[in-house]
Ligand binder design. Structure first.
Ligand code: ZN
Length: 1025
């Protein structure tokens, strides 16, 4: 969601780099070439250039500078990518769990010197074409990044960010709203009980309802017990009410200072302009201080330690008797040693990734637990890195066994080392990651360098990944036992290691509630009557401030006229390969080829539909042809950038009761590996292995565990899917494939003692799905490589032609649509049409062991091409920003909430919400607000900017043309939608609010996921699950 804390949960695998450039300009004076002309020692706008380095592997030039007066550090990555990024990062190293850095992260965004209006950060979302805006609190730094493709917008956002970070108002009222406060439960009623409120307070209560998060937090706190990593930077819910406003301001003064700051800019905009603006608007007002925020090295233990913690029971756990977690965590070396960090993260992958890794074989395959522990592998987010290994979903009785296996496996690695092919596969993966162009390269870089740079590591050295790769190869050549020696040193002979177990406690939630109640009572008892009166008045004041219309005119804004009237077309060619339709899209892919195939589900018997996600999950992991599953995994890593299969429900763009159902195969590879990649797919089509029940069980358990863990994180998605279930035929299938129904189904499968019936089902599904008769394919590749790629695809389709069978669809209501919308004949997509479909009203409540709710209401509306769709999109955005945000987040204390249009429905939602039924009435008040029409042209224009920034968000070369391939949405259809968005007026918004959202106008559905709810239980209109 919007603002998130990463804290300890981030599972940093080694290089997670996903590159992309928007517009690959082959100009002679490209941004990266221009940057090469800077000279070491050169002075620019108060900064001195320290280093200029070309990094050809990432297509960029790095320029390192320092600010002369304050000592602020600066890194610029010049790259020919128009999705420019800015980030400022402060080293925030708290020594208590009051959540001061996290609350500060929220409050600095509540208004600043030049922009004193409330919440400029959220307001800028609607005044900008940003492609990303956020703020993060990690364990030891706080980061404020944004990105945009528009240079005017960049300057606007930079002003707002600089002012927020360095000159925030930090009003007492902001602290109450975002941090914590005592307030009457009903603010207008002084007789109602006093309770704790506050955005961060609730957010952290939500975060601590996630057992994986709880475990990760404890593990970090206990492995580093002597300094900042021993506290909860995000805030421990019961420690938050100890923080005072004065302490918050003090923390800002010492930590949010340029001398403690690192600035990063990325993209094709000129560096000088950034430096000038940053100097003029912020840095020139400061002198150097000594911020004293360094994290000292953790003193090493002389003996290993053990500890135990408890958590709440998991009602969705596949096996209620197996809910323990156990893991061993080792303290490793300093992350500022770039090569050591590279080696250790690579080593970590060798030890835990994929079915060929020793820990997968030793811990996962014997099925002692459901999956690895939530914290696993290398974590470089602390000054000294750590490595963790263990299991979740295990029985307490297996504790000793697991500990023994872990130490045995380490001995085994020290003795036997790793196969050379596995090392090659990992180095190949790094090569692919450097070449693959994602849409947020700048952001990936910012987070990639953040931790090491935060402790004064060299970010430029970190970017030179190929140097680490060469050094690694050389070291291994000189000493073939290099990896084994490293394992001996860091694991076998390392006495700084912690074994941490976690077990569910039936009374966990009760104890938490009690502790909170005690804390509350202690606070209340200390209050005099005057204090209580003061609290009541302050509560009213806050409510009043939150209800007042906001004047945001001090903020810079783009205009609707700054939005491009049309979008550049994406050219695709339609062709066939051995009778199968193919879409070819030439793109600057850096030598990678992307392959997709959409396979229809229309002939699959209905009773097998629930199995489709499971089939997708396992079909590329069970082995195929001559390869067992281990060899198959090895080949995938060695030859491809990944192969996956996912279920698809595609709402038709013109008819609400029509949809396409299928599965999508996707994979990518370096051009040279194309024959190998298609060979792997051929083997999966022609001879997949469906005989290994044990392998299937391992896959089933980990996917059931993953689904169960995901609910507390994406509960709003589950609530939205469920709310829309009975509104369209596609909604129903969405629930089957990806809703609570699927979660429960996977839980049932995971509980089965005998999976032989399931394994017999898989080949039946395969016959229907992997059938060239029901397929269409897409290739994205460079122009130079396209015809060769198409030829390879052709021979692949010939290889699998034996799977071609004409089968009867299970339903008669099939409609064909031409793939080329301009042609009346030729290849087509087959859609299911349920024109007699009757949507129905349904309210569903899922009782879950969380202290917070996820609430959603969904209303049946119109498909993409309908003339009202654009107005509904703008309306959803405007209601979110102008009404729902204030009601659900500011007043209601939820982490987030809003409305969105799409998929044939208009959906309200809330995220980590202390309220349930009250939020439903806030949704209804939102509709009344819209129908009353008390919104301005400015509000509409802001909503348009916000919608366009999503519509125009960058698309990487690997994904160009995909909308057309999957949904049949052409550039012309997109352009019409674009024009309708521009044309939305006050009147059309009122009109759609009335016709679609008014009670009784359209069918709606409601779903809530949350804790036991007495009111709902007593209300027979609810279905309680
Ligand atoms: Zn937060």
């Amino acid at each position: 969601m919007f603002r998130q804390t990463k804290a300890a949960l981030q599972k940093v695998r080694y290089v997670s780099l996903n590159g992309q450039q928007q517009t690959w300009r082959l100009q002679s004076s490209s941004a990266r070439e221009r940057a090469l002309s800077y000279q070491q020692g050169q002075k620019i706008h108060g900064f001195t250039v320290r280093e200029v380095v070309a990094v050809p592997d990432l297509f960029l030039t790095a320029v390192k500078l320092t600010h002369d007066r304050t000592g602020a550090q600066y890194l610029h990555a010049a790259r020919d990518d128009s999705n420019n990024l800015f980030s400022v990062q402060l080293r925030t190293t708290p020594l208590d769990s009051s959540g001061v850095p996290h609350i500060l992260e929220h409050t600095v965004l509540c208004g600043s010197e030049r922009f004193p209006c409330r919440d400029p950060f959220f307001k800028m979302l609607n005044r900008s074409l940003s492609t990303f805006m956020n703020a993060f609190t990690a364990s030891d730094y706080t980061m404020y990044p944004f990105s945009t493709q528009n240079s005017k917008d960049f300057q606007n956002l930079l002003s707002v960010y600089l002012d927020a970070v360095f000159f925030p108002c930090l009003r007492e009222q902001d602290f109450w709203q975002e941090g914590w406060r005592l307030e009457n439960e009903t603010p207008t009623d002084p007789a109602s009980p006093l309770v704790f409120k506050g955005v961060v307070f609730n957010e952290m209560k939500g975060a601590f309802s996630d057992n994986e998060r709880v475990y990760a937090q404890h593990l970090q706190n206990k492995l580093f017990p002597d300094h900042t990593y021993s506290v909860v930077s995000g805030g421990e819910p019961l420690a938050i009410p100890d923080l005072t406003w004065e302490q918050l301001r003090q923390f800002h003064a010492t930590h949010y200072h340029p001398s403690n700051a690192r600035f990063f800019t990325y993209g094709d905009l000129p560096l000088e302009q950034h430096l000038q603006q940053i100097e003029a608007e912020a840095l020139s007002r400061f002198d150097r201080i000594n911020p004293n925020t360094e994290v000292p090295p953790q003193p090493h233990w002389t003996t290993p330690r053990e500890d135990h913690v408890t958590c709440s029971p998991d009602a969705m756990a596949p096996d209620p008797l197996k809910q323990n977690t156990l893991c061993v965590s080792y303290l490793l070396g300093d992350i500022t040693d770039t090569f050591e960090g590279f080696t250790l993260s690579l080593l970590s992958s060798l030890m835990i990734s994929g079915p060929n890794s020793p820990f997968y074989k030793a811990l996962i395959e014997p099925k002692i637990g459901t999956d690895f522990s939530s914290v696993v592998g290398y974590d470089g987010s602390t000054r000294e890195a750590s490595f963790s290994i263990g299991l979740q979903g295990m029985s307490e009785d297996d504790t000793e066994r697991v500990k023994h296996i872990i130490s045995q496996t380490i001995d085994h690695v020290i003795e036997n080392g790793f196969e050379e092919e596995r090392i090659e596969a990992l180095l190949h993966k790094i090569e692919i990651q450097m070449k693959h162009q994602s849409t947020n390269f700048g952001l990936s870089l910012a987070s990639y360098i953040a931790s090491s740079w935060n402790h004064d590591g060299d970010p430029v050295e970190l970017l030179q990944i190929n140097q680490s790769v060469s050094k690694f190869r050389q070291t291994l050549k000189q000493n073939p036992l290099f990896l084994q020696d490293t394992v001996r040193r860091y694991f076998k002979e390392n006495s700084h290691r912690l074994t941490l177990s976690m077990a569910p406690d039936e009374s966990y939630i009760e104890k938490q509630t009690q502790a909170e109640e005690q804390k509350l009572q202690r606070k209340i008892q200390a209050l005099t009557d005057t204090d209580k009166k003061y609290i009541y008045e302050k509560g009213l004041e806050l409510l009043d401030a939150q209800s007042k219309p906001q004047d945001a005119s001090c903020l810079p804004a783009l205009k609707v006229s700054d939005i491009q009237p049309s979008i550049p077309a994406t050219d695709v060619t339609l062709s066939t390969a051995a009778g199968v339709p193919v879409q070819l899209c030439e793109q600057p892919t850096n030598g990678l080829v992307y392959f997709r195939a959409m396979c229809s589900l229309n002939t699959l018997p209905e009773e097998l539909r629930l199995y489709v996600p499971l089939f997708c999950n396992v079909i590329t992991k069970l082995g195929c042809g001559d390869l067992d599953y281990r060899q198959q995994s090895q080949q995938k890593e060695l030859r491809t950038g990944g192969m996956s299969v996912s279920s698809q429900v595609i709402q038709d763009s013109t008819q609400l009761d029509m949809y396409e159902q299928g599965v999508l195969l996707s994979s990518s590879c370096l051009e040279r590996n194309l024959p190998h990649m298609f060979q792997l797919w051929s083997d999966i089509f022609n001879s997949p292995h469906f005989d290994d029940v044990e392998r299937l069980r391992v896959l089933v358990m980990s996917s059931a565990q993953e689904l169960s863990n995901g609910i507390s994180y994406s509960g709003h998605m589950y609530a939205m899917t469920r709310a829309a279930r009975h509104l369209t035929p596609a909604g129903d299938l969405q629930e089957t494939f990806g809703g609570m129904e699927q979660v429960k189904f996977m839980k049932r499968i995971a509980e089965m003692t005998d999976l032989s019936q399931v394994i017999r089902t898989l080949p039946r599904i395969k016959k229907h799905l992997l059938n060239p008769d029901n397929m269409r394919c897409a290739l994205n590749a460079t122009p130079q490589k396209m015809s060769d790629s198409a030829a390879q695809l052709e021979s692949f389709m010939k290889d699998v032609s034996d799977n071609r069978k004409e089968r009867k669809p299970v339903r008669s209501n099939i409609i064909e649509r031409p793939l080329d919308p301009l042609a009346n004949s030729g290849p087509s997509r087959k859609l299911i049409s349920e024109l007699n479909y009757h949507p129905c009203q349904m309210k569903t409540f899922f009782q879950l062991p969380f202290p917070i709710n996820f609430v959603s209401e969904s209303i049946r509306t119109v498909p993409f091409c309908h003339e009202d769709y654009a107005s509904l999109c703008i309306l959803a955005r405007m209601m979110s920003a102008k009404f729902l945000h204030g009601e659900i987040r500011e007043k209601g204390g939820a982490y987030g909430g809003g409305a969105r249009a799409g998929g044939g429905v208009f959906t309200f939602y809330s995220y980590r919400d202390p309220n349930s039924l009250q939020t439903l009435s806030a949704f209804r008040r939102g509709v009344d607000w819209a129908k009353a029409g008390h919104f301005t042209q400015q509000d509409i224009d802001e909503a348009k900017l916000s919608v366009f920034s999503a519509v125009d968000s960058p698309v990487g070369p690997s994904n160009k043309g995909m909308g057309r391939f999957l949904s049949g949405v052409t550039d012309e259809m997109k352009q019409s939608h674009r024009e309708r968005l521009f044309a939305v007026t006050h009147r059309s918004l009122l009109d759609v609010a009335e016709r679609y959202l008014s009670v009784g106008q359209q069918t709606c559905g409601v779903a809530i996921l949350g804790p036991e709810n007495e009111t709902i239980k007593k209300d027979p209109s609810w279905i309680v699950k």
